[in-house]
Every structure is written in structure tokens, then in C-alpha cells.
Design a protein around this ligand. Structure first.
Ligand SMILES: Cc1cc2nc3c(=O)[nH]c(=O)nc-3n(C[C@H](O)[C@H](O)[C@H](O)COP(=O)(O)OP(=O)(O)OC[C@H]3O[C@@H](n4cnc5c(N)ncnc54)[C@H](O)[C@@H]3O)c2cc1C
Ligand code: SF4
Length: 501
């Protein structure tokens, strides 16, 4: 195999997926077996650019050493590839499956050809490492005697827990749900990320000494201020789980649900009882409308399809994305182009068309007179691609009603939903988020740090992990006076100096 011509000799091939017509009948992973020769060919497509944009500012938020491990995979040096990957990424088995891969948007090859399938290679490296037994529990040799409390067990909290534990601090993670993982557990559906993959890592962290306390709603089950007495530092990683509502007439009708409630219940029932407890909203034989796009909307589509819905529509006010990068989306940033996520492909396989309809404004939830939803009244919008945001969207007066027994609201999140914790710790909260300077991540109290969606607003797993690493470094610096923990976010120089001098 010749790496010099790899990008000319081999076409891009993404992670192999199961037939969408088959996989909508189960909750198993949508992915299928990897092929080693194909993986090495994909590694060979990497050009090892002088300036690797994939790991620069617009690329991977955790600064993964991408060209290095692409080359090692091409050479078949899997163990070395794993060592390089583990240096920057605490949980590649999660990002390798569900990260939207900004690294690939920034890949130099992507200027003229389909980019290197970086995410696929990342996932293959870590799964090879697990299969070979290279990933083992490594508890720290010594403990510092310092104690850290982490509130929230999503990717931000878990990444910080891993880093701080490695540094020898005693870490306790508090989680109000009955399972650890945040949105990785109750949010991202099982077919996209099977939950044993979350548990496998949690078990390792526990074996390394991280303490997990589930079913503890900090601020509700006990006064958060008590954490000040027992812990030397506190990290808030509560996410941004306050869902945005759609207050139009008929909102109270039976059948209108928040997407997160739906997704959480389905996963919990699957894990608790294989659905035999019946404690979830069932879309079987129902007309379903998902309002809003994004990952959450896509995951509702996938779930309703698996339950056997009668019809499915995903409506959004937005205009359909163009097929090519526009002037507002220059390389190496996000392309902003139209693409079909896993559930849109499944929807097309089942119903013969992409379930998304663009330029649709919901006006009213229509009921049957007895409190039950029967449809959604909407108005068509016309989008003019020129002009300001306001002038671009025009109402047409064209009104119609779509039939619906169930509606799932997936129109974003307005901030965190842990006001008690914030109040009891007495830290500043603004517009539903906890402000903290980029890189330093300390709140208005020097003992309390914040990371992930709770600081930046609803975002991505890889950004939550980047902030988790950043917060761990700053907590370590706060506790010990200096730190050797690595993190992708540069700390503001004056603050870093203050603490290391
Ligand atoms: C349905 C859905 C699908 C998504 N899919 C993707 C995807 O495919 N790829 C991607 O990159 N991103 C995806 N995202 C976004 C991603 O999941 C989040 O950006 C990420 O999980 C944020 O991590 P976090 O650790 O900040 O918070 P979270 O993952 O939200 O975790 C916060 C945790 O804190 C807990 N908590 C809150 N308050 C308290 C309290 N008072 N006491 C104890 N515990 C508390 C919560 O129960 C929760 O478990 C998705 C989001 C959603 C909603
Ligand atoms: S974590 Fe995401 S952005 Fe970084 S290399 Fe992996 S897929 Fe790319």
C-alpha cells in the first residue's frame, strides 16, 4: 500500500452501517463489522499536511493528534496509535461513534475530495485497544489528600473525573439519574451508542477509584452548600437540560411531549425491562410529528420508526440547506450543507422520503374536543436567500393541518435546570448558564468551577470533554499551586501565572 498516493488511489468509506430497512426493527447498533484492510486504506488517504487543520482551531476541539494516528493505522501499528489517541481523548469510543467530526470538515483533502474518515479510524483504534486488553484500570500510585465533588455525570463531568483522579485527587461524582452518563446514557439512543459502551468505561473509572453516587439530586436531596464543608473544590457539570417550550394554542393537549422526556423514558424502559414495564410513550401505529431539527429531533425520528409509527414528519422553520458550501460557511469551518443523518436515511427507507419538511411554522395544536391531539395547524414560509435574517423569512398565508397523534418538541434548550445548586452555592448564573472565563472555567466563587453545556449552552460531546479537561487542569492548579494535566483550552495567561508563581 502506497501512502503517497493514498488520497488518489482510495475513495472515502465511512463506518460501515447495517441496512436501514433491517435495523429499524431493533435497538442494536446501526454499525456493523470493521474491515482491517479498508481501515488501513482510509488511513493512507491522510496526506499528513504541513498544517493539519483537522487538529487546529476549527478542527478537533480536544486537539487529537490525528495525522499521527492515521499514519500509525496505515502502518498497522495499532498499539502505538492507541497510545497517541489516549493522550488527548479520555473516551474515544464515544466520540468515535457520535461526534459530528468537525475535524473532517476541516480536513485539507476535503477542499477538493471527500475528507479522510477520521472518526472511523478513531473508533477502530479504541475498539482494537479494548479487544486486545490494552485498556486497563490504572489507579493513581499516590493520593494528594484533596477531595473534589463533581455534580453531573455527562461527558464534561466524567472527563474531569478521569483527569482529576489520575492526578491523585479523591473524586466523587453526584448524579440525580439512576444511571451514570448524562446525555450519553439518557439522550443519545441505544442504536447510536449502545449503553454497555458507557458502562464499560464507568466500570473502569470506578476501578481506578472514582466514586459514583446516583439518584442524588444535589440542591434538592441535600443542601449544596454542604459540599463546601467536605470537598476542597467543586465542579458543576449539570448540562443545559431546560428544554425550550412552544407556547402556541393547544400546548396542553394529551400527545404533546418534550423530546427529552420521550427519549429518556424509552432508553430507561429498554434497559430496565426490555420494554415490558410499558413506562414510555409508544408511537406504534401513530401519526408522529417531530418539531425541530438537530441531534435531538433526529433521535426522536429513529425512535418513533423503531416503535412502528404510522406516519412521520419532521418540521422546521428553517430553509433547506444548500448542497455546496456557501459564502457564509467557508472551509475549514462547518460546511452548513444538506446531509442525511442516520434516522433520515431510515425514514427514507421506511416511508420512501426524507421525513424533513422545511419552511413550516407551527401555529396551533389541534384537538378532538376531549383533550387529545389530532393534528398540527401550520403555515408555509418562503425563504429568500438574500437580505437580512428577518427579511429572508416570509409568511405565505398558506395554512394547512397535518394529522398527528403525537408531537415531540425538539426546539433546543434554554439553559441549565439546576437552579437550587446554583442558589445554594451562591454562584453567579446569567440567562440560564454559569459564566466563566474561557480556559480558566472558575465561577464567581474560586472553589467552584464549571464545564460543558452548563457553561457554553447546549453543544457537543467533544466540547463537553474539552471543557472537562480544561476544568480538571484548573482545579488541579487551584488545589496544588501548579499542574501537569494537559488540556486543549489555553488558560488566560495572567490567571495561569497567578496560580503557578
Ligand atoms: C437527544 C440528544 C442527542 C445528542 N446527540 C449528540 C451527538 O450525537 N453528538 C454530540 O456530539 N452531541 C450530541 N448531543 C449533545 C451532547 O449530548 C451534550 O452536548 C453533552 O452531553 C453535554 O455534556 P455535559 O456533561 O455538559 O452535560 P449532560 O450530558 O447534559 O450531563 C449533565 C448531567 O448532570 C446531571 N445533573 C443536573 N443537575 C444535577 C443535580 N442538581 N444533581 C445531580 N446531577 C445533576 C443530569 O442529570 C445529567 O446527567 C445530543 C444532545 C441531545 C439532547
Ligand atoms: S473527537 Fe470528534 S473532532 Fe476530534 S478527532 Fe474525534 S471525531 Fe474528530
Amino acid at each position: 500500500m502506497d501512502k503517497n498516493r493514498g488520497f488518489m488511489d482510495f475513495d472515502r468509506k465511512g463506518i460501515p452501517e447495517r441496512d436501514p430497512n433491517a435495523r429499524v426493527h431493533d435497538y442494536l447498533s446501526i454499525y456493523t463489522e470493521e474491515d482491517e484492510t479498508q481501515l488501513r486504506q482510509q488511513g493512507a488517504r491522510c496526506m499528513d499536511c504541513g498544517v493539519p487543520f483537522c487538529q487546529a482551531d476549527m478542527g478537533c476541539p480536544i486537539d487529537n493528534l490525528i495525522p499521527e494516528w492515521n499514519d500509525l493505522v496505515f502502518r498497522g501499528q495499532w498499539r502505538e496509535a492507541y497510545v497517541r489517541l489516549a493522550r488527548t481523548n479520555n473516551f474515544p469510543e464515544w466520540t468515535g461513534l457520535i461526534c459530528p467530526a468537525p475535524c473532517e470538515d476541516a480536513c485539507v483533502l476535503g477542499i477538493t475530495s471527500p475528507p479522510v474518515t477520521i472518526k472511523r479510524i478513531e473508533h477502530a483504534i479504541i475498539e482494537r485497544a479494548f479487544a486486545e486488553g490494552w485498556v486497563t484500570a490504572v489507579p493513581p500510585e499516590t493520593r494528594t489528600g484533596k477531595k473534589v465533588a463533581i455534580v453531573g455525570s455527562g461527558p464534561a463531568g466524567l472527563t474531569a473525573a478521569d483527569q482529576l483522579n489520575r492526578a491523585g485527587h479523591t473524586v466523587t461524582v453526584f448524579e440525580r439519574d439512576d444511571r451514570i452518563g448524562g446525555l450519553l446514557m439518557y439522550g443519545v439512543p441505544h442504536p447510536k451508542l449502545e449503553k454497555w459502551m458507557v458502562d464499560r468505561r464507568i466500570n473502569l473509572l470506578a476501578a481506578e477509584g472514582v466514586e459514583f453516587r446516583t439518584c442524588v439530586n444535589v440542591g434538592v436531596d441535600f443542601d449544596a452548600a454542604l459540599l463546601y464543608e467536605e470537598y476542597d473544590a467543586i465542579l458543576l457539570a449539570c448540562g443545559a437540560l431546560d428544554a425550550r417550550d412552544l407556547q402556541i394554542p393547544g400546548r396542553e393537549l394529551e400527545g404533546v411531549h418534550f423530546a427529552m422526556k420521550y427519549l429518556t423514558e424509552v432508553t430507561k424502559s429498554l434497559l430496565d425491562s426490555g420494554f415490558s414495564d410499558g413506562r414510555f410513550v409508544d408511537a406504534k401505529d401513530k401519526d408522529v410529528i417531530v418539531i425541530g431539527g438537530g441531534d435531538t429531533g433526529a433521535d426522536c425520528i429513529a425512535t418513533a420508526l423503531r416503535q412502528g409509527c404510522r406516519s412521520l414528519l419532521n418540521i422546521t422553520r428553517r430553509a433547506q440547506e444548500p448542497t455546496d458550501r456557501g459564502a457564509q460557511h467557508p472551509w475549514p469551518g462547518e460546511p452548513g450543507t444538506y446531509f442525511m443523518d442516520y434516522s433520515h436515511i431510515e425514514g427514507a427507507a421506511v416511508f420512501g422520503r426524507d421525513p424533513r419538511e422545511y419552511g413550516v411554522l407551527p401555529l396551533e395544536f389541534v384537538g378532538d374536543g376531549e383533550g387529545r391531539l389530532t393534528g398540527v395547524s401550520i403555515e408555509r414560509l418562503r425563504w429568500d436567500r438574500n437580505g437580512s435574517e428577518a427579511s429572508r423569512m416570509q409568511r405565505t398565508g398558506e395554512i394547512t393541518t397535518f394529522p398527528a397523534d403525537l408531537v415531540f418538541l425538539s426546539i433546543g434548550f434554554v439553559g441549565h435546570d439546576a437552579p437550587e445548586v446554583v442558589k445554594q452555592l451562591d454562584v453567579v448564573s446569567e440567562k440560564g448558564l454559569i459564566p466563566a472565563e474561557w480556559g480558566h472555567l472558575v465561577t464567581s466563587d474560586e472553589r467552584v468551577f464549571v464545564a460543558g453545556d452548563m457553561r457554553r449552552g447546549a453543544s457537543l460531546i467533544v466540547w463537553a470533554m474539552a471543557e472537562g479537561r480544561g476544568a480538571a487542569r484548573e482545579i488541579d492548579r487551584f488545589l496544588m499551586g501548579s499542574t501537569e494535566l494537559e488540556a486543549p483550552m489555553p488558560a488566560p495567561r495572567h490567571l495561569a501565572n497567578l496560580r503557578t508563581d
